[in-house]
Design a protein around this ligand. Structure first.
Ligand code: ATP
Ligand code: MG
Length: 384
């Protein structure tokens, strides 16, 4: 790898599909999709000529101001509204002009996680979750239905609330039952409207990690509407809707994801948001093939690295022995820059990875800006 090579074009191409193979069928394809509300003189256009292509295994986060049309778009994709103008294909089927019966059948294949959770008050958490599984798999026996529903509740951290009814649950717990219900039938498409809004940081993380797992393991497509910038890092792509139009500002938003990731690096925790943004700007991004050596033990350190997506193995000694593995969101290479000593380990990619890196000069100037926190930075480093 040649440090400093910028391959942004690869990363920011909206069609870049890190999780997917070439030639795959999109799971969502919207073409010139428009939507109107109201009749006659009151008819008002809400969505304008929107184009969107999403592939299996992709996680798309949709953001945008209130009233910009996010829920409208999401409900169109979920066949909860009739397509009026433009084309919309979802999971290989054209939704325009499809019969109500076909649409209903189609909706069962989708995992919906909506804000208004609509749980049945008279049913327990398990029974609520079980219902959506029964609809999809009418032949499954009751024992299996129950155990699948319970396992799902366990996964969202509600293993100890399975017999509770909605009124005995907090807002966040109800939200998690709704999430379990939306995911229990392992849908190929998950549509989520503010799924983490009512959740604390820990539960929110748990839920997005679950969605991430579905995307990776089952190649489910996940479309999330959210204002929660704590979860932006899970997105493969961020789509912004403004006044009914998808704004293609992937580049700007990619920087936002990066900023979030940098903010989570312990060494950068004390720096100002402005510096964070500057670091994101100064980073170069490379797509590095699996099994490439990024840094070598005993060589001088010249760059700091952040794993935007992928995984690496940290090895030391001769013969080399693995001492750690790092993944998306983790960073490495700071030790030599902080201490001025040679690299204390070698690092290899273990899969095709996107690595962001920062020159020693940029790294040091960012750290110097928080000179008063120098001690904390050292502590953070030595705690790792
Ligand atoms: N059933 C409806 N009839 C008429 N107008 C509607 C209807 N549903 C939504 N709208 C209008 O369409 C626009 C887009 O609404 P939508 O709910 O899609 O916005 P949103 O981006 O999801 O907003 P928020 O972030 O507040 O949830 C708004 O101006 C809203 O008032
Ligand atoms: Mg909405």
């Amino acid at each position: 790898m040649v440090p400093g090579t910028v391959q942004r074009a690869t990363l920011f191409d909206p069609q870049t599909r890190l999780r997917t193979g070439e030639g795959e069928m999109p799971s969502i394809r919207a073409h010139d999709l428009k939507h109107y509300f109201g009749e006659g003189e009151l008819r008002k256009q809400i969505l304008f000529d929107n184009n969107l292509t999403v592939f299996p295994g992709e996680i798309i986060i949709m953001t945008g101001p209130s009233g910009s049309g996010k829920t409208t778009l999401l409900t169109l994709v979920g066949a909860l509204r009739t397509v009026q103008e433009g084309d919309l294909e979802v999971l290989g089927r054209s939704l325009k002009g499809a019969s109500p019966a076909k649409l209903m059948e189609f909706r069962r294949e989708i995992g919906f996680i909506f804000q208004a959770h609509n749980l049945f008050e008279s049913l327990t958490a398990t029974q609520n979750v079980r219902m959506s599984l029964e609809l999809m798999t009418p032949k499954m026996n009751p024992k299996e239905l129950n155990s699948r529903a319970r396992d799902m509740l366990d996964l969202v951290g509600l293993g100890n609330r399975i017999h509770h009814k909605p009124r005995q649950l907090s807002g966040g717990q109800k939200q998690r039952v709704a999430i379990a219900r939306g995911l229990v039938h392992q849908p190929k498409l998950v549509l989520a409207d503010e799924p983490t809004a009512a959740l604390d940081e820990h539960s929110g993380r748990m839920v997005v990690e679950l969605l991430q797992k579905m995307a990776t393991e089952q190649k489910s497509t996940i479309l999330i509407v959210t204002h929660d910038n704590r979860i932006l890092d899970v997105a493969d792509r961020i789509v912004t809707l403004v006044d009914g139009r998808i704004r293609s500002d992937a580049l700007m938003k990619e920087a936002a994801i990066l900023t979030q990731m940098i903010a989570k690096c312990k060494v950068f925790q004390k720096i100002t948001p402005r510096t964070l943004t500057r670091i994101a700007d100064e980073m170069t991004i490379e797509l590095v093939p699996a099994n490439t050596r990024i840094i070598q033990e005993n060589e001088p350190g010249d760059r700091f690295f952040l794993i935007r997506k992928g995984a690496v193995s940290v090895r030391r000694g001769f013969p080399e022995e693995e001492i750690a593995t790092l993944q998306t969101g983790d960073f490495f290479g700071e030790a030599a820059l902080i201490t001025g000593q040679p690299r204390n380990a070698s690092v290899y990619t273990t899969e095709d990875s996107l690595l962001c890196s920062l020159s020693a000069a940029s790294f040091k100037s960012a750290i110097a800006e928080s000179a008063s926190h120098d001690d904390e930075i050292r502590t953070a480093y030595f705690e790792r």
